[in-house]
Design a protein around this ligand. Structure first.
Ligand SMILES: [Zn+2]
Length: 570
């Protein structure tokens, strides 16, 4: 391809709406253009990248006995009512009506359609296992589409679904998909981690997320410095920490005038913050009602609200304000404690239970308890669990090395769905004893556009994108520095033709732009190799190679340029 013919215009300025680097660079490099909020066109270079990612996915899926098909994006309401998700999905589901008033949605996912499709085709265990996938657009009505391809309303996804006889067979398919996903993201040139994930709204018993590490990632991750342990913050665990828990003492109420925060009270009473028992009140929101819950963690710890929310099993959890707390308990926030607190469920972090001589609010304004022994003094019906955030002083539960924190962008997820959908949608098969059973399912997704954006988040510099070779739109760009010099043009054209003959994905920048502009555009778009043809070529019959990822530059005899290109691309 010649740059003069390429449908590509680069921009000098960052687009105003771009909050993260991938959004900005994909627009500036002319890969994507916005049509409406969260809705994008993929221009030829961007589409080439997406297709390369899709093809890597296809190859690895097909290698794993997974078959590609294509299902409708428009899906009837009745199916979604059968699965119970027409309401559960809420406002994120884009709904529409046809001219007869029949209701549909634009698909955010395909469990309903594929389960219905498969149940009408399979009869017995001989038809199983079955593993099917597609690559197509999905839809989600995000409240606030942002971050370009990271949170858009229309997005390209690979979604796959497996149908198995039993849990054991599902486990095998799940492992195959897990391995295939690892190969896919490795082949895409990404630094990623897999994390145990909370399966959220899709449901099911087990799930892993594939996270591309990048400073601007949306998820906070806990990662081990030494082994492969990685987890989302809401699932992260650590080796039990050793504390000084104090020597058992008498429970006493002491005056702490106007001392509310952990720091104030710990200083005033001269008690280590580790032994201050921080008590917080949350408003838990359920479908029908709301109620207050109390959580107690050590003073050095922060409450992990997702861990707590999962234990409470509420839709939402909001820190109660002073007014709400006073209304419920007659006590202002800083003096709340679990001892003697009634009518509110009390969740106690497991680390608190070891405290022998701590302090907490005494349920009386301006008073705290000292000598608190959690085991002895806390209400016996307290719910004990892990409700705290892992922090930088914690070490890995698997290997004992230090844990650290990074951000990541989720690009893929694998779920064990079990029988959730096969029961609701009545998808059955006859087992080898002739007994009718519900199939056991798994589902496996990859955000193709997200993978593209995450790659840019991870691979860029001040000049632009640095595509890994496997997904770069073109591998090589030939830059003749002076388009008025016939000899230079002839050498560039000749090299271009010869690289094409070798099936190398090459561009020739035959535009009349200044050399500086050509270099800047090539760096912004992120081609792995630049080959520069200039006066040096005329003088010494050599060309300059510039490698985007390493900034290496070297001079090569013209007749070795093709071999050198092939060697770099291998
Ligand atoms: Zn470890």
């Amino acid at each position: 391809m010649r740059v003069s013919q390429l449908f590509n215009k680069t921009l000098k300025e960052d687009p105003a709406e771009a909050e993260i680097i991938s959004h900005s660079l994909l627009i500036r490099s002319g890969m994507i253009r916005k049509l409406a909020p969260g809705v994008f066109s993929y221009l030829p270079l961007g589409w080439k990248v997406l297709n390369k990612i899709s093809n890597i996915i296809r190859e690895e899926m097909n290698r794993s006995s997974c078959q590609e098909l294509m299902m409708p994006i428009i899906q009837p309401k009745e199916l979604w009512e059968q699965s119970g998700r027409w309401f559960v999905y809420g406002k994120e589901l884009i709904r529409l009506k046809d001219r007869h008033g029949k209701e549909y949605c634009l698909s955010p996912t395909h469990e309903e359609v594929i389960t219905t499709l498969v149940k009408n085709e399979i009869k017995s265990y001989k038809d199983l296992p079955l593993n099917l996938y597609q690559i197509q657009n999905k839809y989600r009505d995000e409240v606030r589409p942002r971050f370009g391809l990271i949170r858009s309303r229309e997005f390209l996804m690979k979604d796959g679904y497996s149908f198995n006889q039993n849990e054991e067979s599902l486990n095998q398919t799940y492992e195959e998909m897990y391995n295939a996903y690892s190969r896919i993201f490795t082949r895409c040139g990404l630094d990623f981690r897999t994390v145990d994930a909370d399966s959220g709204a899709i449901g099911g018993s087990s799930s892993h997320e594939f996270m591309v590490l990048a400073e601007t990632g949306e998820a906070a991750l806990t990662i081990c410095k030494s082994c492969d342990y990685a987890a989302n913050m809401e699932m992260a665990v650590h080796k039990k920490r050793k504390y000084e828990n104090g020597i058992e003492a008498k429970l006493e109420k002491v005056i702490t005038p106007d001392k509310k925060s952990i720091e104030e009270v710990s200083q005033f009473l001269n008690i280590n913050p580790d032994l201050m028992l921080k008590t917080l009140i949350y408003k838990a929101v359920f479908p029908e009602n709301e109620k207050l819950v109390c959580v107690v963690v050590r003073g050095n710890r922060a409450v992990n609200e997702i861990k707590l929310k999962n234990a409470v099993n509420s839709i939402d959890l909001i820190l109660a304000d002073n007014e709400e707390v006073i209304k419920a308990t007659n006590i202002p926030i800083g003096f709340i404690g679990p001892i003697g607190l009634s009518n509110i469920d009390i969740y106690v972090d497991e680390e608190v239970m070891d405290v022998k001589n701590g302090s907490t609010g005494a349920l009386k304004k301006d008073y705290h308890y000292i000598g608190v022994n959690a085991e002895r003094d806390f209400p016996k019906n307290s719910i004990i669990g892990d409700f705290h955030n892992v922090d930088e002083f914690d070490v890995c539960n698997k290997c004992g090395e230090q844990l650290y924190f990074k951000r990541g962008t989720e690009v893929g997820q694998v779920f064990k769905l079990g029988k959730k959908y096969s029961e609701k949608l009545d998808c059955k098969f006859l087992d080898d004893k002739g007994v009718s059973q519900n199939v056991t399912m798994g589902c496996y997704g990859i955000g193709v556009g997200r993978t593209m954006a995450a790659s840019v988040e991870q691979n860029h510099d001040g000049n632009g994108i640095i595509w890994p070779k496997s997904i770069a739109p073109y591998h090589v760009i030939i830059i003749p520095v002076n388009m008025k010099n016939i000899e230079i043009i002839e050498i560039a054209e000749d090299l271009y033709e010869n690289l094409l003959k070798e099936n190398i994905e090459v561009l020739l920048d035959d535009t009349d732009e200044r050399a500086g502009v050509k270099f800047a555009n090539a760096d912004l778009i992120g081609y792995p190799i630049k080959i520069v043809i200039g006066s040096k070529t005329l003088k010494s019959k050599t060309v300059d190679f510039k490698i985007r990822s390493t900034n290496e530059e070297f001079n090569v005899p013209l007749e070795e340029a093709i071999e050198m290109t092939k060697r770099i691309l291998q």
